[in-house]
Ligand binder design. Structure first.
Ligand code: ADP
Ligand code: MG
Length: 339
């Protein structure tokens, strides 16, 4: 492949620190950004590969969109997950890229939209015979459900990501707690609420690379067993973003150990099926829960998973024999080989 001019597209949300501080302890945990940002890592890898990367920030303004339309490039490496603090806007950015005629890495508008709407995604899984927890959806007083639910259940926004809105109190055991939690979510998020049967089990992630023949990467486990007693074993917001908290410190991802060949195969096959069912592209990560009896459930599918070299996806790619730069190159190749 020749030298390509590649725009590394990323989004920034400016957190109003005064507002955050004023909200005090009760504020839901928000995402914080790491020192070495993922876009810099991707750009460095692209430079190493002989390409010409240009960092471009979508800051939530129309101006940043118009500026992007004027940038000349061979390809956009799309790391955008939101627009103007709206986490549901990822597919709109992809749509904008399509309209201005830019080829971009990762899932297209369709895959991004299907994966984002967890209720729709679960209905598609059911069609394909992919196990996913039984659920109900509630939005503005309307309920959507097909089966009875058994407690405990987990109550979460149907369209957020990064465990936003998922605190440890999201797992509830009674109607009263359920109603309190739904009330809290309705007040804090303008999003349908998903009420899902809670799957007690281990947390497993399978990364996928490819299009015609998607390749499942080695299984990564987020070990939640060291969370304090009485805390549900979930990747709550604190586990993902609560730097300095015990929940953050005591949970770690690593290549899953002690799984039988058969379990690995079924996690990987399920992950590929879920990736294909939602029409994802180039790369993705499928999050599952593995029950003690070996049964598994797909919790969610992430198009364009976080590409930090320390995150689960790159970890799995490394285990499968790829350096970080090789992984980035492979994503670029998958994109450029697309008609
Ligand atoms: N039905 C469920 N059973 C058990 N744990 C769940 C369930 N749904 C979510 N979780 C836990 O909550 C975490 C975040 O949920 P998820 O739906 O992936 O939200 P997000 O899109 O914000 O990452 C999961 O990684 C898992 O630990
Ligand atoms: Mg998740």
């Amino acid at each position: 492949m020749g030298r390509l001019k590649i725009v590394v597209l990323y989004d920034r949300v400016l957190v109003d620190e005064s507002e955050e501080a004023a909200a005090g302890d009760k504020a839901p945990v928000v995402r914080t950004l790491d020192k070495k940002e993922v876009e810099e890592e991707v750009a460095e890898a692209l430079t190493k590969l002989g390409h010409e990367p240009v960092l471009y920030e979508i800051d939530g303004t129309t101006k940043s969109l118009l500026g992007l339309a004027r940038v000349d490039c061979d390809l956009v490496f799309n790391l955008c997950e939101s627009f103007a603090d709206d986490d549901t806007a990822d597919f709109k950015i992809a749509g904008f890229l399509e309209l201005i005629g830019k080829k971009y890495t990762g899932s297209g508008t369709h895959g991004l939209m299907l994966a984002q709407d967890k209720a729709i995604a679960k209905k598609i899984f059911a069609f394909h015979g992919i196990h996913t927890p039984t659920f109900a959806k509630s939005y503005r007083g309307r309920l959507d459900f097909s089966h009875d639910l058994q407690f405990p259940v987990i109550v979460k926004p149907a369209r957020e990501d990064g465990s936003i809105g998922i605190e440890f109190s999201a797992v509830v055991n009674s109607i009263r707690e359920l109603m309190e939690r739904m009330d809290w979510l309705h007040a804090n998020f303008d999003s349908p609420v998903l009420i899902e049967e809670y799957i007690d089990g281990r947390e497993m992630y399978v990364g996928i690379l490819g299009n015609d023949k998607p390749e499942p990467l080695p299984v990564v486990e987020l070990d939640l067993s060291k969370l304090p007693d009485g805390t549900p074993r979930i990747a709550a917001a604190q586990v993902k973003w609560g730097k300095g908290t015990k929940a953050y410190r005591d949970t770690k991802s690593a290549i899953a150990a002690d799984l039988s060949e058969e379990t690995i195969a079924s996690l990987q096959q399920t992950a590929v099926a879920a990736y294909q069912a939602l029409e994802l592209r180039d790369y993705g990560r499928v999050d599952m829960r593995l029950k003690p009896d070996g049964g598994l459930h797909v919790i969610e599918v992430n198009p364009n998973p976080w590409l930090s070299s320390r995150a689960e996806f790159a970890m799995a790619a490394r285990k499968a024999g790829r350096t970080y730069s090789q992984l980035i190159e492979e994503i670029v190749e998958l994109t450029t080989s697309r008609a």
